[in-house]
Each structure stands twice: as C-alpha cells, then as structure tokens.
Design a protein around this ligand. Structure first.
Ligand code: HEC
Length: 471
C-alpha cells in the first residue's frame, strides 16, 4: 500500500495556524500595499513638481520615502519571509501546489522586489544629487517595479481561490493558472485600496510638515487620489464578488457578511470623510488623528478583508483541488495529481500518513484517545481550534459541547463523510478512525483533562511492555 505524501502537522492551540498566517499576512499587506501605493504617489507628485517647477515638493517625497524605509520596508521585509516560514509548515502541500504552478512567477517577483528595494533607497538618497529629469525616471521605474510585485502575487493569490474554469486541470499550464477568473477583479481591488492606504499615511507624514503652504498643496493633491482609489476599490470589489466560486458565495452569505459587512462600510465611510475633511481643511489634520484613521483602516478594513478571502476559499487552500487539511480533493491530470479522499476512506490515515507514530497505527482501548487527538489535529485543525471557547471556530462549541460519542460519530459519518457541507472537505474515515475522533471530541466536550489522561495511558502501556519483557 502506497503511503501518501503528507507532512508533519503543525498545531497552534486556540488561534490555529490559520490565524498565525493571517496575522503575519495582514501586517505584510498593510506595509506592502502602503509602499506600492506610495510609489505611485511619488511618481505623480514628482511629475507635477517637475512640470510646474515646484522643487519644494521633493521635501515631502523625501520625508515620506524615509518614513517608508524605516517602517514599511523593514516590516515588509520581515513579514514577507515570515509568511513563507509560516505557510510552509502550516500548509506544506498548499505551498507545494503553488510552487509547482508558479515557480518562475515567483522568481520574477523577487527580481522586481529587488528593483523596488534598491529603487526606494536610490529615490530617497538621490534627491538633489542627480538632475530632476533623471530622478523622475527613477521614480517611475520604482513605481512600476513595485506594482509588478503586486500584480504577480495577485495572480498567485487569485489562483488560491480557484482557476475559474476546467482548462487548467487538464493543461496544468502556468498561463491558465495565472490568468484565472478573478485575477483582474482582485488586482483592481488591491490597486484601488493601495492608493487609499498610501494617501492616509501620506496625510500622516504631511501633518508633521512645518511649511503650511506646502502642506496645503500636498494634501490637496493627495486627498482626491485617495478618494478616487477608494471608489475604484469598491467598484472592483463588487466585480470581484461576481467572480467567486459557489462554495465561496455560500460562505460569504452564511458566515461572513453578517460579521464583516458593517465594518467594511464603516471603513469606507471613515476613510472618505477623513479625505474630504483633509481636502477641505489641510491645515487642521493632526498626526494623532491621522494615525488613528490609519489603524482603523488596517484593523477594521484589511484584517476582515484578508480573513474573508481566506475563509471564503474553504474547504480548499488552493486551486479547488487541495483541501485546507492538505488532502487532494480531485484528480488534476494536467499535473499528474490524483484524488486521495477515497483512498483515505478505504485505508485510513493511520496506515497512509507517514508521520503517524508506529505505536498509534493500530487503535486499542489504551490509545484511542491519543489516536483521536492526533487524527483531529491532522484532519480538522487547519480550520478549527480544538479548545472550547477558542477563537478559530473551535469544534467543541460547534458541536454545542455534545458529550454523546454516538451523536458525534453520526455527524462524522453523515455530513462529513458525504461532503454535504460546502465549506468543509469531504472527510471520509474508516469506522475505527471516526470512532477515535468521536471518542476524543466527547472527552474534550466533557471537560476531561485530555493531556493528563493521554500521559497516564502512555505510562500504563509502557509499564505493561516492560513487565512483559521481564517475564
Ligand atoms: C477546510 C476547513 C475545514 C476542515 C478541514 C474542517 N472543517 Fe469543520 N467547518 C469549517 C467551516 C468553514 C465551518 C462553518 C463555518 C463556521 O461555523 O464558522 C465548519 C463547521 C463545522 C461544524 C459545525 C456544523 C456545521 O456543519 O456547520 C462542525 C461540528 C465541524 N465543522 C466539525 C469538523 C470536524 C470534526 C472536522 C475534522 C474531522 C472538521 N470540521 C474539518 C471548515 C472546516
């Protein structure tokens, strides 16, 4: 029997690996979108400064560029690799799937990123040291390289939602994967919102400028760009919603809209009012208020947006063929990939997963609890916390703390086995594995100290083993 290519499971109590990735990802998105948006603001500002001969505007660009260097670029360059570390252990097969589709896209993205980083240093430190026209060309190159990194990553992120048509499953071609159905809508939404974020940060920088006339001019130039960006982002977001697969729409209506819709509207309203106010009263924008608006946009806008995108994708992590719990959901002839759900149903995780410890490969009365815990971590914990009350859709609360093993088993062998919940993978386990999961979940729901029980049982088993050896 052929073992399946699973990796060890990384488990984070309470928030799950999903939130670990989410938190790092959101910080990264805030930093990176601000920088990409700012690169275009610089290009537009500098073009105007060049045409209308306003060298004093370069003062603002220098200040803002410095601010980006110290905050965005440092934070962005730490969280970027941070995302790689986190996703590689949280979803190794998801990452593997993406690499097998997009390795050259990523390579190209790194080239553009290098240009971007060199660009921002050159831009800041060459102000006044090279002639204005050369500097302007440099700034535009910096902006285009920055946006190229966004464009390439968005192609990959959109494929995570779905390829959008069956072509890719047959060809496996990078082109079919990259220009997936929601690529342009997604790119448009991020492009619009990057302007809003960059302008909001720009106002923060502007609020610290002493020269009031310069401040007025710059703010009046920036605020309309933010407003147009915001409107564009909203339009593209509605277009984006039209490009989603059915499972995402179910998730959106049933679980996400009720929680996040008001926050999204509030962010749009607050940002719009703030930009209008800034345009109207450029002298009266205070740094503390500007920082508060920025935090509001990041926490009430970006965090829900990223979480929504990740939740909507459920049950898949990428391309509608890799489930979040790492199991391959369907055949992908174009890549020579075969579905695994039925093989797991027939032989079970305990036989097919390479990282199950030998002593847990056969279920006994003494290890059932530990096997159940392991299987729940492998099969469910990518999407669910296992601790009652924990924030990541914890299973005990989802089961209303049911303590009846047969009832839990009926859920596992009903909806889960037959894949009737559009947001959950089809998880079809052999009878004894499903029983172990139900046994473990019932113990957790009862409030048993599961870790202590498992430790006790392990001690018992090893004592029995030692005494058997001695005889
Ligand atoms: C791909 C992610 C994913 C995996 C893997 C997953 N679930 Fe779920 N599960 C969800 C989502 C999403 C919901 C519904 C959303 C919500 O309630 O927040 C859900 C809901 C539930 C519910 C509530 C009842 C219902 O049908 O809505 C239970 C119980 C549950 N899951 C148990 C499990 C168990 C047990 C496992 C492992 C054997 C598991 N889930 C694996 C994503 C997943």
């Amino acid at each position: 029997m052929e073992i399946l290519g699973f990796y060890p499971t990384w488990y984070v109590p309470g928030i799950g690996t999903a939130w670990v990735m989410g938190i790092i990802g959101v910080i990264h998105v805030v930093a990176s979108h601000t920088s990409v948006g700012a690169s275009f603001l610089f290009a537009l500002l500098e073009t105007k400064a060049y045409r209308e001969n306003k060298p004093q505007w370069m003062e603002f660009i220098k200040k803002y560029g410095m601010f980006l260097l110290v905050f965005s670029y440092i934070i962005g360059s730490i969280t970027g690799p941070g995302i790689w570390y986190a996703i590689t252990v949280a979803s190794p097969r998801g990452v593997g799937g993406l690499i097998h589709n997009f390795v050259w896209v990523w390579a190209a993205e790194w080239v553009y990123f290098t240009v971007e980083v060199i660009g921002v240093y050159a831009l800041v430190y060459l102000i006044g040291k090279v002639d204005a026209k050369t500097h302007l060309k440099l700034t535009w190159s910096f902006a285009l390289a920055s946006w190229a990194t966004m464009l390439l990553i968005v192609g990959i992120l959109s494929f995570m939602m779905w390829p959008g048509h069956d072509g890719w499953y047959l060809t496996g071609s990078t082109n079919d994967a990259f220009y997936n159905l929601n690529f342009f809508a997604h790119l448009g939404t991020r492009t619009g919102s990057m302007f809003v974020m960059a302008v909001v940060v720009g106002l923060m920088v502007a609020s610290r400028m002493r020269d009031l006339e310069l401040r007025r001019e710059v703010v009046r130039f920036l605020a309309p760009i933010g407003l147009v960006g915001g409107l564009f982002a909203v339009m593209m977001f509605f277009y984006y919603l039209q490009t989603l697969p059915q499972n995402a729409i179910v998730m959106l209506h049933a679980h996400l809209k009720p929680v996040y819709a008001q926050g999204m509207v509030a962010v749009f309203a607050v940002a719009t009012l703030w930009l209008l106010f800034a345009w109207w009263q450029p002298q009266r924008i205070h740094a503390s208020l500007a920082a508060a608006v920025f935090l509001f946009v990041a926490i009430v806008g970006v965090w829900p947006e990223e979480r929504m995108r990740e939740s909507m994708r459920k049950p898949y992590v990428a391309g509608q063929y890799i489930y979040s719990n790492q199991v391959i959901a369907r055949d992908v002839p174009g890549k020579g990939i075969e579905a695994e759900v039925d093989r797991l149903a027939e032989h079970g995780y305990l036989k097919l997963h390479p990282f199950v410890p030998e002593r847990l490969r056969t279920v006994t009365d003494q290890n059932r609890l530990e096997v159940g815990q392991l299987l729940t971590k492998i099969a469910c914990a990518n999407c669910h916390a296992l601790e009652p009350g924990a924030p990541l859709r914890n299973i005990p609360d989802k089961l209303h703390r049911a303590v009846d093993e047969d009832l839990i088993l009926a859920f596992l062998q009903g909806p889960l086995k037959h894949g009737t919940q559009p947001y959950m993978p089809r998880i079809d386990l052999p009878e004894e594995e499903a029983r172990a999961v139900a046994h473990y979940l019932a113990a957790v729901n009862r409030g048993d100290n599961v870790e202590r029980l498992i430790a006790q049982q392990r001690r018992q088993v090893s004592a029995q083993w030692t005494s058997a050896q001695e005889e």
